[in-house]
Each structure stands twice: as C-alpha cells, then as structure tokens.
Design a protein around this ligand. Structure first.
Ligand SMILES: [Zn+2]
Length: 401
C-alpha cells in the first residue's frame, strides 16, 4: 500500500471507470460511456432510438448523496445540538493529534455526551486502529461518533459507522474533502480495501473556518490545491453532469480567489470561510465525478515511491492542467474567465510559493523511475480528455521532475 493517500477518495478503485452491465457499446453509434452500479456514482446512459425519427442520445443520471452541512464561523458550537438531532446520547470523539486543542474544547462543550476521546487515527483506516477505537467507544457506552481532523480522522469515523451504524458528525480541518465522500479505504495487514456506500457519508458535516486558522501555511496551500484538482478534473470529466460542472466552477473560483488571500494572511477568517466552502464543493466533485490523469499519476507515483500526499497533488497540478486543458477547451475557457488569464500560470505561481518540495526530484523520485510510471499509466489509462500515450505522459513527468 502507499503511505501517500491520506484519504479514501485517493484510492484508485473509485476513480477508475467500470463498465456496467447495462452500458451500451460504441457500436450503437453513440459514445461508449462508463457507469457504476453504486448509487452514488453518476452515469450517462445511451438511450436507443424508439422510432425512425429519433436518434440515439444520452440520458444523464445524477443521484444526490445524503448529508447535512453547516458552514460558518462558530459552527463548531452547533456540534452538541447536531449530536442530539441525530439521536445519539454519548459520542466517541475521534480527533487528529493536530486538532487536540479544538478536541478539548469540543469535549467540554459536549459534556456528558462525550463518551471518550480517541486521538490516534491513522491514514487508510488500519483495521486494528478501528478495533481499538471501537473497543474504547463500547467501553464507554458510545452510540455515535464525532470526527475532527482530515482524512485519517474522517476515515476512522466511516470505518466505525460501517461496523456499528452509529450517526457521524464530521468536523473537517483540511480542504481534502473526504467528509462528503461515500468512499472508505481500509487497510488489513498492509492491503487496501475500498468500500463505496452512500451510508458512509457522514450524517452531518460542520465546516467552521475558525478551526482552520491554525492550519500551517504549507498544508493550507497543498490541501487547497488538492481540492482544486478535484474541481479541475470534474470540469473536464466527459461524464460530468450539470451538477458536477456547477460545483466544479464555483469551487475553482472560490479556491483561486480565496487561497492567495489566505496565504498572505492566514488569519483572514472571511477568506478562510470562502476557501472552506469552495473545498466542500470540490469534495463533492470527487464524490460524484470521475477523476482523471491527475489522480492516476498521484496514485502511481505514490505507490512507486511512497510520497507525501498533499505535496505530490500540489506540484503535479499545473503540469496536468497544462497537459489536459488544451484538449478541454470548455474547461479551459471557464477557468480562464475565473482567473482573468491563464489558470495554469496562476496555479504554477501558487505552487512556486510553497516553502516545501515543488518538484518530483525534491521528493526523492529518481529520474530513471519516471518511464515505468508513464508506461503503467498509459497501459491502463484513467478517463481523461487527452489520450494518454506513454511518451506524452513521460514528458509531463519530466517537466514536473
Ligand atoms: Zn483527490
């Protein structure tokens, strides 16, 4: 398994297309489309002509995910009322170590409704960690879970829900978006398994920009660019729907406008709130849409070289955008309108402002390893606006190196 993917949506399986039994082949004269048997996935079905006067056309199917969302300064204070609303009496609080101060405040606000605090979530929800959290919760008579943190905390919450059916309130502290996704990636003896089920979406998500004020500048930048990657890939997804495209462009506009302001002044709570709202929509883009080359490259590089998740996503993004947007003119035009110029240049400049690694070489990727990754990507390409041949992907990787 890769240590890179810190949240379940990054797992290859949900991003990769599967041909459903009912999908119609291109021989019918219409574009072959992908579909999934999972209710949460969107699909495009090809409708056959009924009479000689009709032509085959595509029917878009968009199924909304469940979930309640609160967004705004001070929303954290609403968590106890949300717990009550869901009918839980005592909740296990799962908190990332980085969120300890907020977890302490939350536990105090919950009072007797806080059964216990579990502060050691790990990425990819290892089953032994889930078992330990579950044992703690049961020992303290928990009947619900509140998660506070990024993908590791939320992933553990989903793993607990999968075993107990507990109600789940998630309080995200990063911009990566798993809190609105129906996907759970779990690890057993180092092997990943992916569950996709709308019941895994947290019942209530509480976005409070005040809990993001202490997010380090580097994580703010890389996590927000990962969110932007969800929006960009949804914008050029050939199976996108009016909903995913609307979410995508609003997310891109929010991130590209608010992120530079937040980086200049991490304490600007108004910009933080806009950024968080945009990241929410970007999370929905990856929950509903198919991810393309960007995510495929991130997974392939992570698996091959065991790289830090957020930084890899951030540094790849301008290169993938430059590669793909020439083949996605509508997405390119929309992003240009948002930026008032070149989106690629704007994202590249944001990446350059990162104080951490901004090139694959700085992450320790050997130049000699790039060809193997490019060939693996081309051999089993993700849905992508531009065809993925190994030489072209290799050139992209060399530019990112
Ligand atoms: Zn992602």
């Amino acid at each position: 398994m890769s240590a890179l993917d810190s949240h379940p949506e990054a797992a290859p399986a949900p991003h990769r297309p599967t041909r459903a039994a009912g999908a119609v082949d291109a021989s019918a004269g219409a574009r072959a489309t992908t579909a999934s048997c999972t209710p949460a996935a969107n699909e495009t079905r090809v409708s056959q002509p009924v009479t000689a006067h009709e032509t085959a056309h595509e029917i878009t199917v968009h199924e909304m995910l469940p979930g309640r969302v609160l967004l705004g300064r001070g929303a954290l204070r609403e968590v106890p009322a949300q717990v009550d609303r869901l009918g839980a009496r005592r909740v296990l609080v799962v908190a990332a170590p980085s969120a300890k101060a907020t977890a302490d405040d939350l536990a105090e606000a919950l009072g007797e409704r806080c059964a216990a605090v579990f502060d050691q979530p790990r990425q990819h929800a290892p089953v032994e960690v889930t078992a330990a959290a579950l044992a703690l919760g049961r020992a303290h008579d928990a009947d619900g879970v509140v998660t506070l943190g990024g993908g590791s905390a939320v992933g553990l919450g989903k793993a607990l829900v999968a075993r107990t059916g507990w109600p789940h309130v998630a309080v995200p502290t990063t911009y990566a978006g798993t809190e609105v996704s129906p996907v759970l990636e779990e690890t057993t003896d180092g092997l990943d398994a992916v569950r996709r089920d709308p019941a895994l979406v947290p019942d209530t998500v509480v976005y409070d920009p005040l809990v993001t004020l202490t997010m380090p500048r580097g994580l703010t930048l890389t996590s927000a660019l990962h969110a932007l990657a969800h929006a960009v890939e949804a914008l050029y997804d050939a199976d996108g729907t009016p909903v995913t495209r609307a979410y995508a462009i609003e997310a891109a506009e929010g991130i590209l406008n608010a992120l530079p302001v937040v980086l200049d002044d991490p304490g600007d709570v108004v910009a933080r709130e806009r950024l968080q709202g945009a990241a929410w929509l970007a999370g929905l883009c990856q929950a509903y849409g198919r991810m393309g080359l960007h995510h495929q490259l991130a997974h392939a590089l992570a698996d091959a070289f065991d790289l830090p998740h957020a930084e890899l996503h951030a540094l790849l993004l301008p290169h993938v955008m430059a590669f793909n947007l020439r083949a996605a003119p509508d997405a390119a035009a929309r992003l240009a309108r948002v930026c008032g110029g070149s989106a690629v240049a704007e994202v590249a400049q944001l990446v350059r402002s990162h104080e951490g690694p901004t090139a694959l070489s700085e992450l320790g990727v050997p130049a000699a390893g790039l060809r193997t990754v490019a060939e693996a990507v081309a051999a089993d390409p993700a849905p992508n606006p531009r065809p993925l041949d190994a030489e072209a992907v290799l050139r992209l990787l060399e530019e990112a190196w």
